[in-house]
Design a protein around this ligand. Sequence first.
Ligand code: NAD
Length: 480
Amino acid sequence: MTATRIELLINQRDAPGASYLDVIDPGRTADVVGQVAQANAAQVDEAVQAAHAAFHGWSRTPLSERIALLKTAADLLDAEGPQVAELMALESGMLIGTNKAEVGMAANIVRDNADLATDFLQPYQVEDANSWVSVEKRPMGVIAGIVSWNAPVILTMRKLAPALVCGNTIVIKPSPTAAMGISLLLKKMAALFPPGVINVVHGGAEVGNALTTHPLVRKVSFTGGGKVASSIMRAAAKSMKDVQFELGGNDPAIVLDDADLDDLMPKLVGGIFRRSGQFCFAVKRVYVPEALYDTFFERLCAEVNKFKVGHPLNPQATFGPMNNPAQWQFIQDLIARTRAAGAEVIELGEVLDPASWNDGYYLRPAVVKHADPDLEVVLTEQFGPVIPVVAYRSEDDVIRMANQTELGLGSSVWSRDTTRALAVARQLEAGMTFINQAGTSRLGQKNIPFGGVKQSGIGRESSVVGLAEYVEYHGINVHK
Ligand code: NAD
């Protein structure tokens, strides 16, 4: 594959970068996949100005036209997705099949927002003998969308689709380690819309900071880590911007003693190790009744051992490398600290190409046996392929342990008895609980406000609640 060069996208035109960043294949770090233009503060300003200039016309474009354009954009994603899946695999380390599925899911996110917008944007109107009141929903202006690397198309569309359908314009900043595939898709999408409605800038913290301090940006919608979110909140405070944060999780999976282990095992293992454990609502700790522990652990290890670790373009690979060296090192250090604390860490899975193991950021899926409930690997977000399995004695005990962290994104409960599982679910401090799965159904994707409580975020994405993130309310009162 020839190296791809990605420019900035401002006002529907390619703009050269102030400099260029080499993108490395995390599965073969000697290979440069391409170059991405890096913006400077003046170019961020140009992108925001373009979005600001486009806002006047776009916000007045009839809703039916905005919806139709978004539906065309969703079809475009479906059509173009397979063509960028390979590039996405090379730049991010995610398996090619995962990328194809991701673009399809992202297309559905765009359609869902388009479908929900008409009802959502209706004004609320009441009248009595003295007056008439209309509460109207108005777009906010320029939105800055800043995303992480682990699912770049889904994360971007969760911001772009509700923002645009509500009449806002947007400047997107992808992550430096997953910028290319999403940029190719955004460039094609942007051509469907009036110039300036969709703009893309690239860079790291400096470019992010130029966006989050720009006076014309009305809202920052961010997906990433908590530390960066705190700094964004401080930056945004200067010009009183609204913020919406989708941050990390430490999702507990609670296995009740009547769980159907045949049904559970592949679903749970997928929920832990998909994207090599690098996704926000991955299962990050598993709680199992003491009496069931040994059987459960043995079966879990057998299932995890089926993974084949290799390069994301290797058709046999079911488990790719870490996305970046920091993540790779962090997980290795965490495993070393877990072992040093006395816990047994078992590394599993088949290494497909041992000779090239050291050529990329590879790790094997690992399971921590008899993890102490207070271990670091239990209480912090690992965002990688090491899963602690903790024994518990009673339901009260496990609910207390599940709620003892500062994160509260997803969670799951596994039981043959839905009533019992629901009773446990309702006691969890989480934005979402999945019963007998580790994620949402198609119906859930459209209707569940995605996000977390405590330090897992502020606000929600998807559903009508996600649309509400992108409007201001304008109250009009006619006195008779
Ligand atoms: P990160 O916070 O390091 O980076 C996220 C984005 O912020 C990147 O585009 C980065 O370039 C940018 N950035 C960095 N410094 C900035 C600054 N000072 N101002 C503005 N922007 C700045 O996170 P990451 O390593 O890319 O992603 C991993 C984290 O993201 C994990 O904690 C994970 O759980 C979380 N995440 C959450 C969700 C969710 O929906 N809740 C989804 C995916 C990932």
